[in-house]
Design a protein around this ligand. Structure first.
Ligand code: SF4
Ligand code: MSK
Length: 676
């Protein structure tokens, strides 16, 4: 009997505790259901799969077949000289720096290859090779063209005239494509940064030459026996990261806005409760909006809705996971069904008729989960297929984009009648306002007649807004789902720090109901609440997907340009955060934020802890070069407080700390003053 009890306890211990796994009741409910059905999810696998402590600290090298060489920190720490070395003599600093910048290469490649795909579609549009995509926002095209060195006017007989839009589009497309592989020069967008920042990059010798080259060079330098100086290695990491933030990602964002429309605030919902039992549910997941834009159009077409009705459905409900969700949310109001960690759960509802995936952050286990239900799992990207035989591959091509999208939507509709009896959709969903960007912040905080960043700056200078927090990034199954995201953001807004969010943090905040103007009165400090209530914006502004972190860089640049808050991004009372990061893209984003002058705090852990000298270089010395630096603070309240301390330090340096002290007088102080 005792044996049976023990076996049972062990068996039970091998699955995750739903309440410990997530703060979200919908997630907990679906996790319980998965366990009842005997389907494992990422959280259960996190219980059974132990992490390697040496890999976690960044000090395992497998860059050649004499390794893996593992250099654990001695028990009790290092006394005297650090004598650890691999077979070739590589030090912990070299190994950790090589691993770190290989992560940057992976992240920068993912973002930038996404950007390249968008640029290729845009080139097809400019060449008029596709009917399905158009230039939706010519103003954005005109705004981005000069940054690529493309003229928007032409002199004719001494008169300045607007250039033909088609001509501009073609030149922009060609110039954009060249950013990935031009033989000379530097990335065109670098000069969009504040001048002092650009000059720092010149001085440090880190201006990216072209996007592909910087990524390839990381792979060369980190090959066995090449670069063996952690400072020189991170310099190359910086080049590749800047090629991501001020290159591939920024081009992706701009060209997506030109083709699909620049986002403006709109209302939507978030969480698994957006799925509908009586509708055909299609979940799009991944990152590139090129296909999902077409799916949105196809699913909204009368032809497809009528077809869905012939199958007994009331309509078609689209939803998203990860950043494809954010892309179609910000432009069309399509609601996200959840964050990165909820992808398996969307299928476990039993109501997902098709899950359509493209690239990045897609679990291979989706195929195993889909086998347990009627869900069609469809891969669409030539570079991202799955080995399991229940996965359909419909390769998407911009030349017949709408046909592909209709085929996929039709497949989902046809599958509606195959649903099993057991559908369980959690009730939870929250309202959100999303779709903020550089342009809409300008409009909202500047007003119709004063469309600029002066009002935002005024409110920072007078202390109503203490500073700006960019809180972004993934979920990580090694930490409680969404807990740190929400705790960090709530602590920031409570302390009058306005939050700009992207990626899965944006979805987490939406699920928690933090993306509504009404939130301000509940969670914000008095200064931020007053601004949000006056202007009618949420205290947390959802700026889009992972590539849209470039919007945060440009918003920060606009704040610098509006004046009164220093001359560079590093002067601003601002800080960055990724409380639950997991992807290589997060490391690339972190490095380009740091190299753009931002104090950037990560949660979870960083794979540099086993190389204290390299870690110190990232956490302290980089600040002397770029004005920004890395930090690691796992506890979410301490994490937010570290950001606030940095913001206060910058306020003091700007001489605006006194203004804030005045603003934060409480009622007793006021009464004292009045009676004096
Ligand atoms: Fe070991 Fe050096 Fe080979 Fe890395 S490159 S696995 S440290 S011998
Ligand atoms: S999707 S990279 S889990 S934010 Fe962009 Fe979310 Fe991180 Fe993927």
């Amino acid at each position: 009997m005792a044996e049976v009890k023990k076996a049972k306890a062990e068996k039970e211990a091998k699955v995750a505790d739903p309440v410990a796994a997530s703060i979200d009741p919908a997630t907990q409910q679906m996790l319980r259901r998965a366990q009842e059905l005997g389907i494992d999810t990422v959280w259960d696998r996190a219980v059974t799969m132990k992490q390697c402590n040496i890999g976690l600290q960044g000090i395992c090298c497998k860059n050649c077949a004499m390794g893996p060489c593992r250099l654990p920190l001695p028990k009790g720490g290092i006394e005297g000289e650090d004598t650890r070395k691999g077979l070739c003599g590589a030090t912990p600093n070299t190994i950790a720096a090589r691993n770190f910048i290989r992560m940057i290469a992976g992240g920068a490649a993912a973002h930038s290859d996404h950007g390249r795909s968008v640029a290729e579609v845009f080139l097809s549009v400019a060449r008029k090779e596709t009917e399905d995509y158009k230039i939706k926002d010519p103003q954005k095209l005109m705004a981005m063209a000069p940054h690529l060195g493309v003229e928007t006017t032409v002199e004719v007989d001494g008169e300045t005239k607007d250039r033909d839009l088609d001509e501009i589009a073609l030149e922009v497309a060609e110039k954009a494509m060249a950013e990935w592989g031009k033989p000379d020069g530097e990335l065109e967008y670098l000069k969009r940064a504040p001048k002092p920042l650009y000059e720092k990059w010149v001085k440090a010798g880190v201006r990216p030459r072209n996007i592909d080259r910087e990524i390839v060079e990381i792979m060369h330098r980190t090959h066995m026996g090449v670069d063996q100086d952690y400072k020189n290695l991170i310099k190359q990491g910086t080049r590749a990261a800047l090629a991501d933030g001020w290159g591939g990602s920024m081009l992706a964002t701009d060209l997506q806005d030109v083709m699909f429309g620049t986002p403006y605030p709109l209302q939507s919902e978030a969480n698994l409760g957006i799925m509908k039992e009586d509708h055909v549910n299609i979940i799009v997941h991944g990152h590139e909006p090129v296909l999902s834009e077409m799916i949105v159009a196809a699913a909204a077409s009368k032809e497809m809705i009528d077809y869905a009705k012939t199958k007994g459905a009331k309509g078609i409900q689209l939803g998203g996971i990860c950043c494809t969700a954010n892309e179609i949310l910000q432009r069309h109001g399509v609601p996200p069904a959840g964050t990165f960690l909820q992808q398996e759960l969307a299928i476990i509802t039993g109501a997902c008729d098709a899950m359509v995936v493209d690239v990045q952050c897609v679990f291979q286990n989706l195929a195993n989960v889909a086998k347990c239900f009627h869900t069609k799992l469809i891969t669409t990207h030539p570079i991202a297929r799955m080995e399991q035989n229940n996965v359909e591959h419909i390769e998407f091509d911009e030349h017949h984009a709408m046909d592909d999208a209709k085929r996929i939507v039709k497949m989902a509709i046809d599958n509606f009648t195959n649903r099993g009896a057991e559908v369980m959709i959690p009730r939870q969903k929250a309202t959100q306002i999303a779709g903020f960007g550089v342009e809409s912040i300008q409009y909202h905080l500047g007003g119709t007649f004063r469309g600029n960043y002066f009002t935002l700056n005024d409110n920072i200078i007078n202390g109503r807004i203490r500073g700006i927090g960019g809180v972004v990034g993934c979920n990580n199954a090694r930490t409680r789902h969404n807990e740190a995201h929400i705790a960090v953001v709530k602590e920031l807004i409570k302390n009058d720090v306005i939050v700009l969010t992207t990626g899965c943090n944006g979805i987490a905040c939406a699920m928690e109901g933090l993306l509504t103007p009404e939130t301000a009165g509940v969670y914000c400090g008095p200064g931020l609440a007053e601004v949000c209530e006056t202007v009618g914006i949420p205290p947390v502004l959802h700026m889009g997907s992972c590539v849209d972190n470039s919007r945060i860089l440009l918003a920060a640049t606009e704040v610098v340009n509006a004046g009164g808050l220093g001359k560079d991004i590093s002067d601003l009372p601002a800080a960055g955060s990724a409380p639950e990061w997991m992807s290589e893209k997060a490391i690339s984003i972190g490095q380009y934020f740091v190299a753009s002058g931002v104090y950037t705090v990560f949660g979870v852990g960083l794979p540099v802890q086993g190389a204290p000298v390299f870690q110190d270089y990232l956490f302290n010395e980089l600040e002397n070069v770029y004005g920004g630096k890395w930090d690691l603070v796992v506890d979410p309240i301490e994490h937010a407080q570290a950001m606030i301390a940095h913001i206060d330090k910058k306020r003091k340096a700007l001489g605006i700390d006194k203004a804030r002290e005045r603003v934060l007088m409480d009622m007793a102080d006021r009464m004292k003053l009045e009676s004096a």
